[in-house]
Design a protein around this ligand. Structure first.
Ligand SMILES: C[S@@+](CC[C@H](N)C(=O)[O-])C[C@H]1O[C@@H](n2cnc3c(N)ncnc32)[C@H](O)[C@@H]1O
Length: 207
């Protein structure tokens, strides 16, 4: 059993500075993985248990989450799509050289062409535009491409700006739904990772 807590020790996650910036300006404005460390730990254990070998992240911010996951799992294929909000805020996006990167709109026609060319992806994390119609469109677009699991960040959010994700998550049909949700002491809001599949049980069954 890998010690993911130790392997994630150097990865900055949601912290007081991000919380302060989001409260003051509406955006975190820091180069961190915009994740609850405890939930990220659970996600790593899940990726290991499910033998996830390919990963696509829609909405990478500065790329910290994707880079961390790829460092830990050395995926056979890794890909990202992002509009570049971090760069608009004066931060840099840093991705592994082997990462296929579409700098553009996941809701646009270019994404469909790019995603088709990518082929099968074990895990797609949808973490881009959090408005309800947008996250629904991301879901509908990506369920049509070959994958095993579609995941969503902020399924348990209590932040009004992210309520669209929570609503979509609650509407998604079961039974293959798994929630990774842990308290986030440095925040007034919750996050939560939801993992969905049309066919495969996302739960990890003990051997
Ligand atoms: C919450 S951040 C992603 C956080 C990242 N997944 C992490 O865990 O650190 C949202 C990102 O989505 C991107 N984004 C928003 N709308 C998008 C769209 N329609 N297409 C592609 N990227 C989008 C923004 O540029 C931003 O970097």
């Amino acid at each position: 059993m890998r010690d993911f807590a130790a392997e994630l020790a150097d990865t900055p996650c949601w912290n007081r500075e991000a919380e302060h910036n989001r409260v003051q300006r509406g955006v975190p404005d820091v180069d961190i993985a915009l994740q609850n460390r405890a939930e990220l730990l659970l996600l790593c254990q899940w990726i290991e248990a499910k033998r996830i070998r390919s990963y696509l992240e829609i909405g990478v911010w500065t790329g910290r989450l994707l880079s961390t996951l790829h460092r830990l799992f050395r995926f056979d294929r890794v890909a990202a799509c992002d509009l570049g909000w971090a760069e608009d805020r004066g931060l840099s996006i840093s991705l592994p050289p082997e990462c296929a990167f579409l700098r553009g709109d996941s809701l646009g026609p270019e994404y469909q062409t790019w995603r088709s060319a990518l082929g099968h992806v074990d895990l797609v994390l949808i973490d881009g535009d959090h408005r309800y119609e947008a996250v629904r469109r991301d879901f509908e677009a990506n369920r049509g491409h070959p994958h095993r699991f579609l995941a969503f960040h902020d399924v348990a959010t209590t932040h009004p700006g992210d309520a669209g994700v929570r609503r979509l998550w609650q509407e998604l049909p079961g039974p293959h739904k798994l929630e990774l949700v842990r308290p986030l002491p440095v925040s007034r809001w919750r996050m939560g990772i939801g993992i969905w599949s049309a066919t495969e049980d996302p739960r990890v069954v003990a051997p």
